[in-house]
Design a protein around this ligand. Sequence first.
Ligand code: HEC
Length: 255
Amino acid sequence: MTLGMKKLFALVAAVVPAFALAAGGNVHLDEHLTDLRDTASLQRGAQTFTNYCMGCHSMEHARYNRVAQDLDIPEELMMENLVFADKKFGDLMTIAMDKGDSKRWFGATPPDLTLVARVRRPDWLYTYLRSFYEDDSRPWGVNNVVFKDVGMPHVLAGLQGRQVMGTAQVAVGFDTLTGQEITEEHEGVLYLEEEGKLSAEEYDKLVFDLVNFMVYMAEPIALERQRLGWWVLLFLAILFVPVYMLNKEFWRDVK
Ligand code: HEC
């Protein structure tokens, strides 16, 4: 194999889409570039979570007022849009669904999600919420690439659209001479059969924000630590000046 060919193979291997590997069980996860400084993203994530997920999942180790404070959401807005009618600002984010009922309905109780980003990691969550596909053999008509035979319905299907798994032409690179895209037929590829309310990019962004929020929830102190981190760095930078001068002073007589 010539060096050029090797390079080409490496390139192809790098860009063959993740889902082609799904059948092998070694599922590639898309990277979630978590950004806890993006408060607007965290706010949008909180809204999506309370609207689309809290019907079934609690975040019972967290309180609404703490979330509001951390994410700069005014109490009034929080109460109007994110807090369920029967709840108070200082309440824990519990839900009313009976665990026995949900087990019967879904075959599994929807777990509490306060710490899920620590257990499953952000990349897994980001991939999971974008990897539901139609599967008529399943009770809810969907399956999931990273969670086989999942009991959860695809609650965001209206936003994402109808995703299916099948054979499709996949871009695997560019012809270095002509600059044209090289495509290959792959099995086990996920693609949108029909768009939902959001475009593919908008949907990815919605899920990005949602996962961002879940990461914050799993470790709210991380926000504080990040803010503190900058002050510490600044402090060290300023401290460096007198320490440097002192050091020079000490060593002057020795030399
Ligand atoms: C209609 C009920 C329902 C809704 C709404 C729902 N889920 Fe689920 N979810 C479930 C069930 C049931 C499971 C357990 C699936 C299983 O174990 O097979 C689950 C599992 C999960 C898991 C996997 C947890 C783990 O570690 O095993 C995650 C993550 C998750 N849901 C996230 C979400 C998010 C985010 C939303 C909102 C966009 C959401 N869910 C909305 C029912 C729901």
